[in-house]
Design a protein around this ligand. Structure first.
Ligand SMILES: O=C(O)CCC(=O)C(=O)O
Length: 276
């Protein structure tokens, strides 16, 4: 019995490889989270910035709360079942009138996790639309295989390796337009990307990348996951923990551990490395 989604919506997610939009919270609540995040950026600029954008939920309470939001988790449970761990999070912030973009890619390519049955919710804290550089998906593209990615390391490409799939039929792309407080969810193999932010507002998205069901296993790097709901997974090596408050020293250390592990996974075999 689904907790939040209808059976039709669950089927639609599996058919097209994504689901959007889903109402998570009212706009004023999303604005309150945005304000807390922006205060944290002001108070700890070296801890949250374009280069230090990964796994901030391990040391900042507002992001930890979002990663445990009951609506997000009920939707995730409808898609992957009741035993859920979180691999990590990424703050995808595009500043007003900025050139940063995300090339067509499939998340599963460099995550070192098998099988690929995991899901990424992307929560908007500001309007995400064509002008501000929302995500676009190629419906059904998860049903094939992992495509070849060229590692461009292009300056304005905000992916780790600037990895890009060539020859995507862009006429099939669907824009995921979200108001603050809405989320999309996408499958780890779907081809997706986003354009620069041409608006005068920040485009802030919080990607919970990704929630894992028990069959998922880290086959590259260490198995550092945060237990979220249900039973622990057999073989979990280090279970990360929630921060007790912003900049909890234990949380900072666990974030460092998780980020170092990510870097060793995401850049494995790459001939260049960036700061994120
Ligand atoms: O925020 C973006 O524009 C891209 C995010 C993305 O690629 C992802 O969440 O997998």
């Amino acid at each position: 019995m689904p907790k939040f989604l209808s059976k039709q919506k669950v089927d639609l997610y599996h058919e097209q490889g994504y689901l959007s939009p889903i109402d998570v919270m009212p706009e004023d609540e999303a604005l309150a989270y945005k304000n807390r995040l922006e205060q944290a950026e002001l108070d700890y600029p070296d801890q949250i910035n374009a280069e230090n954008r990964n796994n901030a939920h391990l040391s900042f309470a507002c992001l930890d709360e979002l990663a445990h939001h009951p609506v997000i988790l009920d939707v995730v449970e409808d898609l992957i079942g009741p035993d859920i761990s979180l691999w990590g999070t990424v703050l995808f912030i595009k500043e007003p009138q900025s050139a940063g973009f995300v090339s067509w890619h499939q998340d599963a390519t460099y995550m070192g996790i098998k099988p690929h049955e995991y899901v990424t919710p992307w929560l908007a804290l500001t309007p995400s639309n064509r002008q501000s550089g929302c995500m676009s998906m190629i419906p059904g593209s998860h049903a094939g295989r992992i495509r070849e990615h060229e590692e461009t390391f292009a300056e304005d490409n905000i992916l780790t390796r600037g990895q890009a799939i060539a020859g995507v039929d862009e006429s099939k792309a669907v824009d995921l337009i979200l108001r603050p407080g809405q989320m999309s969810l996408h499958n780890s193999e779907i081809i997706h990307g986003s354009q620069p932010n041409c608006s005068n507002n920040r485009r802030i998205g919080f990607a919970m990348q990704s929630y894992m069901p028990p069959p998922a296993r880290q086959v590259l790097g260490e198995n550092y996951w945060l237990k979220i709901r249900g039973k622990a997974f057999p073989g979990d090596r280090i279970t990360l923990a929630r921060p007790r408050f912003d900049m909890d020293p234990g949380g900072i250390e666990r974030r460092r551990l998780a980020n170092d592990n990510w870097a060793s996974i995401l850049y494995q075999g790459a001939n260049q490395k960036r700061a994120y």
